[in-house]
Design a protein around this ligand. Structure first.
Ligand code: MG
Length: 172
């Protein structure tokens, strides 16, 4: 059984993952409108990944006999000044999510809930990947600068990204 404190924290995390999904969907819509279909696709995949993160936490709370409580999802920004600004905002957001996961991990240890700690290990690795992806794309956008042809190629490459469900969900 989850402690009430840990259950509340996991519900907060479900809300944070849903907010992340909403943020990336907003970025996808922004780039769709700006004529960057590849970048829009990349953020749409990101949106799907965040929904999957929320689902993993929901399944976990249910599996532990807990109660999932869905709360309001706060509004998200709707425009970004440039491609670089959007990816920098993404990195900043992912760094914040990393600290939320770390706090959850610390709470799981405090509550001696080792099953939750074990589940969080997946998210800890996932956050390393998220931040690494952002760093790579930010570096490339800095190199691209205002080179339109290079940006066109970048957009095309990001258009090739496809969503793959995390194996934790696929195994269910
Ligand atoms: Mg996430």
């Amino acid at each position: 059984m989850l402690s009430p404190k840990l259950q509340d924290a996991l519900n907060e995390q479900i809300n944070a993952e849903m907010w992340s999904a909403y943020l990336y969907l907003s970025m996808a819509m922004h780039f769709e409108a700006e004529g960057r279909p590849g970048i829009a696709n990349w953020f749409n995949v990101q949106f799907q990944e965040e929904l999957a993160h929320a689902e993993i936490f929901r399944n976990y709370v249910n599996a532990r006999g807990g109660r999932v409580v869905l709360k309001a999802i706060a509004a998200v920004p709707t425009t970004w000044a440039s491609e670089l600004a959007a990816f920098q905002a993404t990195l900043e957001h992912e760094e914040k999510v990393t600290s939320l996961i770390n706090n959850l991990y610390a709470l799981a240890e405090e509550e001696k809930d080792y099953a939750t700690r074990e589940r969080l290990n997946w998210f800890i690795s996932e956050q390393v990947e998220e931040e690494d992806n952002c760093h790579t794309l930010i570096d490339r956008l800095k190199l691209i600068g205002d080179n339109g042809l290079a940006l066109y190629t970048f957009d095309q490459e990001l258009g090739a990204r496809t969503y793959v469900a995390p194996s934790i969900l696929a195994a269910k």
